[in-house]
Structure formats: C-alpha cells, structure tokens
Design a protein around this ligand. Structure first.
Ligand code: ARG
Length: 581
C-alpha cells in the first residue's frame, strides 16, 4: 500500500486485526491492500494472507478468517469477504467515502502527503551538447526529467537541476577556430549562429580537409585547456550562443531548466585531478596502455576481459567517465546530495552502472548517498525506425514544436468558439501538451512511436482528452453560477459517483508510485482513468439538473474536485490545463 492512499487506512486496520488475532506484527504497507479490478463488487482487496500463512503456520484461508474476526473497521468497511485461496475483498461505506472526498475539497494537496524524509536531489537532465542541435534524446530527457523534478518538489524534496552540457573536449579546438574564421574575434552580442548543426558540420569539414586549420584547432585545444583568456572568451561565447538556442526549446516546451542550472562538463575541470588522485590513493586505479583506468568489479566483455573506465587518457586528457566520476564526488561530498538522478537514454546504461560501481568503491556512494540511472528508450518514426525527417535528417526540435502547435490549432479550431488570441493559447497548450504527454504516458524504458494522429486524438490516453475533460468541468461550474461552497458535503447516491470518488481518493497512491519508480506514466494512467470515471459520471448523473439541491451541490463539488485533481496532475507532468477550450 502506498502512503497517503485510502487503502493505507484500511491497511492500518488490517494490521491491527492481525496483531490482536494472530500476534503478527506488520506495517500497514505490508497488509498489501490493492484496489480491486472494476466490476467485481469490491473496492479493495487484501493479499497478505498468502504470504503470512507460512510465517504463522496456518493456511491462507485461516489467516483470512482470523483477520475478519478481529477486524475493527465498521466505520469504513461496508462488507468484507474471503475469496479464492485467501484474498479478502472489501467494499467501503458510501458515507465514509463521501466524507473523505469532502475533506479533500479543502486540501490543496488533495491528500498527497509530503515526504516523511525529504531528500536533497540533484537531477541531471536535458544535458545537450554545445554547438550542436538538441536531438530527440535530449527532448525525452528534458520532458521526463522535468516531470520528475516537479514530482519531487511537490513531495517536499529539495531539488537541484543540473544540466550536464557537453561543453568541453577536443572538438572545441576546431569550433573555436571556425568562430575565428567567421569573424568572432571580438566578442559582440550581435553575433549569432543561425543553425548549430551547420556550424558544427562546417567546422568538421574544414578540419578534415584543411591541414593548416586542423593544426590551428589542435593548438587551440591546448590554449583552451591551458586557460588562455582570449580563447576562453571565445569558448564562453560559443556556450552562451548554444545556451540561447537551448533556452528557446525549453521555453517552448515549458521545461523549467534555467541558465543557473548549467553544470556542464567544464564545471568539473577543477576537480578532475583530485578525483584521479583520490581513486589512486584508494588503490582503485591501474595503468593500461598509458591510460589510468578503474576496473569496477563485475564488468567484463564476452571474452571475460575486465572493462575499464578510463579516468585519464594516455595524453593526460580527461574524458566523459572522469567527468561523471568527478561529478558524483562533487555532488555527494561538496553539496551533500542524498540522491543523484541521471535522466539519460538507455544506450548509456553500462556507462552509469560502471561509474556508480566505481563511485561506491571510492566511498562516494553509500546508503546515504544514492545514484540512479533513469533510462529511457528511443522515439521511433511510424516506420518503426529511429525518428527522422522525411529527408533522413535529424529532427530539429524547434520545427517539431512549431508543427505540434500548428496541428493542435487545426484540431481545436473545429471545436471552439474562442477568439483568435485564446485559440492561440489553447493550441499551444494542446500541441506542446500532446508532445510531452506522448512521451510521458509510455513506460519510459520502452521505445515509442511518434504519431501526430495518436497524440492529438480527442479520445484515449492523450493530453488533449484530459484537457478537454477538465475544460468541460470548468464550463459546467461556470454555468452553475455559484462556486460550490467549500466543504459542501459530497454524498454518494449513484454507482458512477462512487466509482469517481474511489478514483479521486487514489491520487496519493498514483503520485507516490510515480515518484518511487521515477515513472511519470503511472500518473498519466491514473489521470486517464480519472477522466474516464468523470465521463461516466457526467453521462449518468445530471449535475445542474440534479433531483435535489443537495445532490446538485454535491455533484458540483465532485466536479470541482475532479478538476483540481486533473489540473494538479497535469501540472506535475509540466502540462497546461486551459480554463476554456
Ligand atoms: N551530453 C550527453 C549526451 O548528449 C548527456 C550527458 C548526460 N549526463 C551525464 N552526466 N553524463 O549524450
């Protein structure tokens, strides 16, 4: 059972009963209370009898019988019965459910508790490379990472956003020389790079074709690493120019990364040498072909050869792994972060496993300083291959987002009587929401197919479906004229009301499991089920034309609570919920 959920209260009662009846001590969570599948007549079930049977030397059925005999829960349980080998099914009382829902009307957190032990998280996400366009992998990292950050902050954790920009390394020699050739020798604000990828390609082409240029580029790397001020000034310009491009994408997406969150690879330069020294002092390094390596235990290739993490290259330079090791050391030691979260694509899985293993050997990660790789799959085109433009180029995110808003404008145009400006706002909320939600609604481990038709469908598990459901509720509330008074009691009279209330009361569990597994899709599924439950309620239970004034007020309150849940849920995913559509 998950914290804050209605099932937790049931779990508490079940645990008490098991203690008094059988003398076993379990936590409310260990009572394994789960929502029952719809249509079985039960709201929740307890699955604990099976696992407890062996411990207490009884059959699961006997455990279930003892549980029922000792249960003191008449205030919330309407009916409880044993099913199958020893499941216990519970049906909750309507008045209790109504009272719980009523209580939530006045609770801005809608029942979601703050974390009992708030942590300090550093979340690495976005993390594009300077002087290159962001690609769809960076899009996924930005969207998923931002949802995770919002969920953690809502849970009361301290969150440090860290944008691990690729802003250092040998390519910067050729990039800076190319800048010089383009006339950027004096640093002036009115320079700009229209297209980062063309800039990168042009530099690369010159490097490959022109020996003199290549020689200049190599010398430039040495100047950069040596801290030559004019070189650094040009490098800073390049980073600033790229950051402007990235910021446009973040702004269009509604991603909360800001300039102050840039902790690029270069940030760790001052710590690299000490990091290597500390690893060496702990006896963790070996020299292999002139390079200093760590061989964390348990990593080998097919031939059984140990895999190295290269911490210092033969030429004295430091690479990707060294930077990440220095990062773990910095954030755990200097900033006392409890949890490091890396929202990076699945292809880097092995890299992070090895970095974490080495960091554990070094003592930087331990029970109080944890690290997790929140990996994600690829975005595929409708042909099932890696998502690209029709011409086979990588997708430009700015173009993609513009197209999303244009397509959303077409979808909403048919359905609205808003004026042009409002329509523009709705199109943006719907278009950007569609792109983000399509990314979040799938299990992040899996690849998913990018489909405009699917993500902008008005029915189904899409952002626009949720946005419309919410806007419809708000329109009903506007038509009702009065705001339903806070605390107007929610009273259950119809099956569809009951189903909706049960769903609304499960928000805390949905949020908790989305946070626990860094799995925003669990919140998406929950929101979709909630909107579906509302639509059942809306079809079956007249709101404005309810039979009695009490029922009208109760239903208006229920509608308001649903809107609060949908709006909050969408905001935790970083998606707007327009008031009118
Ligand atoms: N810049 C890298 C890339 O584009 C991602 C960095 C991820 N974060 C990290 N700490 N390694 O692949």
């Amino acid at each position: 059972m998950l914290q804050g959920d209605v099932g937790l209260e049931l779990g508490r009662r079940v645990a008490e009963s098991l203690r008094s009846a059988l003398g076993v001590r379990i936590t409310p969570e260990q009572a394994l209370i789960r929502p029952s599948s719809a249509g079985r007549g039960a709201d929740y079930q307890c699955n604990a009898a099976m696992s407890l049977a062996r411990t207490v030397g009884k059959t699961p059925r006997e455990v279930a019988e003892a549980l029922l005999a000792g249960l003191d829960a008449a205030d919330l349980v309407e009916q409880a019965e044993i099913a199958g080998p020893g499941f216990v099914n519970f049906r909750l009382r309507d008045d209790w459910l109504g009272a719980q829902a009523t209580r939530l009307l006045a609770d801005e957190r809608v029942g979601v508790p703050l974390a009992e032990r708030p942590g300090r998280y550093a979340v690495d996400y976005g993390s594009p490379n300077v002087a290159k366009e962001m690609h769809v992998g960076h899009l996924r990292s930005s969207i998923i990472g931002d949802a995770i950050v919002r969920l953690l902050e809502f849970g009361g954790h301290e969150v440090i956003r860290r944008n691990h920009l690729g802003d250092w390394g040998t390519p910067f020699g050729m990039l800076i020389e190319h800048l010089v050739d383009e006339g950027w020798t004096t640093v002036e604000a009115d320079h700009s790079i229209g297209d980062l990828n063309s800039f990168y390609r042009a530099a690369r082409a010159k490097y490959d074709a022109d020996g003199d240029f290549a020689e200049r580029a190599r010398r430039r790397v040495v100047s950069l690493q040596g801290g030559d001020e004019p070189t650094l000034a040009l490098w800073r310009e390049l980073v600033a120019e790229s950051t402007r491009h990235f910021e446009q994408v973040y702004a269009a997406l509604g991603v909360t990364l800001a300039r102050g969150d840039n902790y690029g690879e270069s940030f760790y330069n001052p710590f690299l040498a000490d990091t290597v020294t500390e690893l060496a002092d702990r006896g963790l390094t070996e020299t292999s072909d002139g390079a200093v390596c760590v061989f964390p235990p348990g990593f080998a290739n097919r031939d059984g050869e140990r895999l190295p993490l290269i911490v210092r290259k033969g030429d004295g330079g430091y690479g990707y792994a060294a930077t990440d090791l220095a990062g773990v050391r910095y954030w755990t030691r200097e900033r006392d972060v409890t949890d490091l979260v890396y929202v990076v694509g699945a292809p880097q899985k092995l890299h992070f496993e090895m970095v974490f293993a080495a960091a554990e050997q070094a003592g930087w990660l331990d029970g109080d300083h944890r690290a997790v790789h929140v990996e994600f799959g690829s975005i595929l085109g409708e042909d099932g291959k890696i998502f690209r433009t029709r011409a086979g180029d990588t997708i430009k995110l700015a173009d993609l987002l513009r197209e999303a808003v244009d397509r959303a404008a077409e979808v909403v145009a048919e359905r609205t009587d808003l004026d042009e400006r409002q329509r523009g706002q709705v199109a943006e909320a719907v278009g950007i929401g569609a792109v983000k939600y399509a990314d979040l609604a799938n299990d992040r481990d899996k690849d998913y197919v990018f489909s405009w038709t699917k993500m902008l469908a008005l029915e189904g598990n899409t952002a626009v479906y949720l946005q419309y459901a919410n806007a419809r509720i708000l329109s009903v509330l506007r038509r009702a004229g009065e705001q339903p008074a806070e605390g107007a009691p929610i009273v259950l009279t119809a099956q569809a009301e009951r189903a909706l209330v049960l769903k609304l009361l499960q928000l805390p569990g949905a949020v908790a499991s989305a946070v626990a597994d860094f799995a925003p899709h669990k919140l998406c599924t929950y929101l979709y089920e909630t909107a579906t439950a509302f639509s059942g309620f809306y079809q079956q239970c007249p709101i404005l034309k309810a039979d009695t004034e009490d029922s009208r007020r109760s239903r208006l309150a229920l509608a308001r609570l649903t809107s609060t849940v949908l709006t909050l849920g969408l905001s935790l995913l970083g998606i707007q919920a327009p008031q009118r559509m």
